[in-house]
Structure formats: C-alpha cells, structure tokens
Design a protein around this ligand. Structure first.
Ligand code: ATP
Length: 341
C-alpha cells in the first residue's frame, strides 16, 4: 500500500475534527475525500501533508512512518485552495520553484519546466504573471508546480472550488487524464458528489470526523453502508415510518430506517405496474422531465417519494391515482448498519 493511515484522531480544543480514521490507498490511484463542509476532510489532508500533527495514529507513506517528518521531506506535492501561486513570479518561475529548492542545475530545471508546460498545455504563457491568467490556467500552473519536483503523492484541497461550473468540469476531466498519465497517487478533497463520482477511482465519505465508507463510486452507490452514505451519494427517499410497507417483514420494519432510491420505485396507472396486488395506492403530486426519464413525486400514506418513470410511458398528470410498487430498499438498524438491501 502506498499510503496507510491508522486510527488518525485530531482535536482542536474540545472539538474532535477527526475520529479514528483509518484507510489504505494503492499506488497510482485517484482518491476523492468527499463529505459535507466541516466534516474533517481538510484536517485529514493536512495531517498527511505534515501541516497538522495528529493527536494519535500513524501515517505511513511507502511503508515508512512519516509522523515526525516535516512536510518537505514527505515526498508530497499539494495544491491547496489557499496555497496560491507566487504573485510576482512568472508561470515559468512558479513551476521552477520546487526544483530550485531541490538545487537542480539550470539546464535540468529548464528541461523539466518545459516538459511540464507541454504536459499541462501552458505553452506560450511562460512569461505571464498569475494575474494575467484565467482561473483554469492558474490551477494548471499550480498543478504543474506541485508535480515538478516529482513527489510520490499529490494532495489537492478543493482545487476547483473557485472556478465557474463549466471550466470546472473541463478541468476535472483534464486532471484525471493528467494523473493517469503521470501515475501519481493522488488524494483530493471535494464536497461535490458529482465531481468525486466522475473523477475518482475510489471515494472516501467523511462525515462528522469519521470515515463512513471507502470504495469505488459504483460500489458505494450500490451498497451504501450507512443511511448518511445512502443519502449523500445518489438520489434517495428517506422513510421514517415504514411499519406497514407491503411485502416486507413488519417486525423488521418496526425497528429500522429505510432509504429507497427513485429507481427502486415503479409508479403507474393500474395495469401498468408489474405486480398490482403488491402495490400501494398513491397520488401523483408533481412530474418533472429529466431528459432520460420522468421524475414523479408521488404521495403514499402521507409520505412524498420520488420515483423515475420511463419516457416510453405516457406522462402522468398531478392528481392522478396511481399504483406504487417498491421493488427494493435499504434497511438500516438502530445502530445505522445496513441489514437488508
Ligand atoms: P470544508 O469542506 O468546509 O473545508 P472540511 O471537511 O475540510 O470542511 P475541516 O476543515 O477539516 O473540514 O474542519 C473540520 C472541523 O474542524 C471544522 O469544524 C473546523 O471548524 C475545525 N477546525 C479545523 N481547523 C481548525 C483549527 N486550526 N482550529 C480550530 N478548529 C479547527
């Protein structure tokens, strides 16, 4: 394993920012640290970088414990949102910065910077100052600067947060390609689930200082281990009172919390749904056209649920009586563990 974190705990005063966080990252993988604001993502990244000391726990990079190593000797490059480019230095000098620190020769520096300028598509901008660049170009310079000294690990903290939506989408595809090409183990922080799902090989969901789940985007989507994860990744309907749901054991239901994805629910006119006898009765409240399907908001016994409906079927009008068939659900027990899927 390239990066190993064991039982990382960190408090600020009486506030526990991370609680017993353990994970392993394989070499060359792109990992997304995902979760809501204040959950502890940046704190984890800063501990890996050596900018924050854990209260307890270990960090191993390439099999070596680095807890007592200063940031510059951990073999890590980082791009932090607030770790801006040097304002008075050209693009060339910004990228060359870490190489100068490494005391490489002038010729070596020139060669490496030119290589990175090619790689990151910044040709022709070498002499510009940061304020003469677009936000996207600046982030590419920051990336080139971070990987110039050939670190083993790259850490990115919300690298695209300050960039407008369209450019951000282009940049994240660009980043993925770059990282695949360079083959560097990378961990990036984001609170944007779409960004994480699209780019990352693996996602770690961080919530209230804890690592709730680590896995591939599809694995996490299909097999969420906690109600929080089920609600955070993908669309879902939380249901508190499920005691009289048809077709499921009432005894189990009475002690559980359920989460249902819209694609688990079939909504249709009588005769349209596959098992009418197992269906609940509902009323259509809203219908939204979503490009690949209808999204139907349906009321069942006081609960409002979102379901998807094929565009092949006729549009349902609000107020229509429908049959609602729940094919699957995720059930979590009182300890928030998945007990049925
Ligand atoms: P965001 O997405 O908003 O950056 P995050 O998941 O990265 O959030 P952190 O920045 O790690 O979260 O912060 C976790 C918690 O620790 C927050 O409640 C924050 O206020 C607190 N915290 C972080 N750094 C410090 C510090 N130096 N002193 C005191 N509290 C801190």
């Amino acid at each position: 394993m390239h990066i190993v974190a064991k039982h990382l705990t960190k408090s600020f005063g009486s506030f526990q920012a991370t609680k017993d966080v353990s994970f392993e990252v394989e070499k060359g993988k792109l990992i997304g640290l995902l979760g809501p604001s204040g959950g502890g993502k940046t704190t984890i990244l800063r501990m890996l970088a050596g900018l924050e000391e854990p209260d307890s726990g270990d960090i191993l990079i390439h099999g070596k414990r680095v807890n007592n190593e200063p940031p510059q000797s951990r073999g890590i490059g980082f791009v932090f949102q607030n770790y801006a480019l040097f304002r008075h230095m050209s693009v060339f000098d910004n990228i060359a910065f870490g190489l100068t620190v490494q005391k490489r020769t002038k010729a070596q520096i020139k060669e490496r910077v030119q290589q990175l300028i090619e790689l990151t598509g910044l040709k022709g901008l070498e002499k510009r100052l940061p304020h003469q660049l677009s936000g996207g170009q600046r982030q590419r310079v920051a990336f080139a600067r971070a990987i110039a000294p050939e670190p083993q690990v790259l850490l990115l903290d919300e690298p695209f947060a300050a960039i407008d939506a369209k450019v951000r989408k282009e940049l994240r595809t660009w980043l993925k390609e770059m990282i695949d090409r360079v083959g560097i183990t990378t961990i990036f922080v984001t609170h944007d689930q779409e960004e994480a799902v699209e780019v990352a090989d693996q996602i770690m969901i961080i919530h209230q200082g804890r690592l709730e789940q680590q896995g591939s985007p599809i694995d996490i989507y299909k097999h969420p281990r906690t109600p929080f994860v089920a609600g955070f990744i993908g669309e879902s309907n939380p249901l508190d009172d499920i005691s009289n749901l048809k077709g499921f054991d009432p005894d189990v239901l009475s002690r559980s919390k359920a989460i249902i994805r819209p694609e688990f629910i079939e909504v249709g006119l009588p005769g349209e749904v596959s098992y009418p006898s197992a269906a609940e009765r509902g009323i259509v409240r809203n219908v939204f056209f979503r490009g690949i399907h209808w999204q139907v908001e349906v009321e069942v016994e006081g609960d409002r649920l979102f379901a998807y409906r094929s565009l092949e079927l006729p549009e349902l009008k609000p107020g229509t009586d429908v049959h609602v068939l729940i094919h699957r659900l995720y059930l979590f027990n009182e300890e928030r563990h998945l007990i049925l899927e």
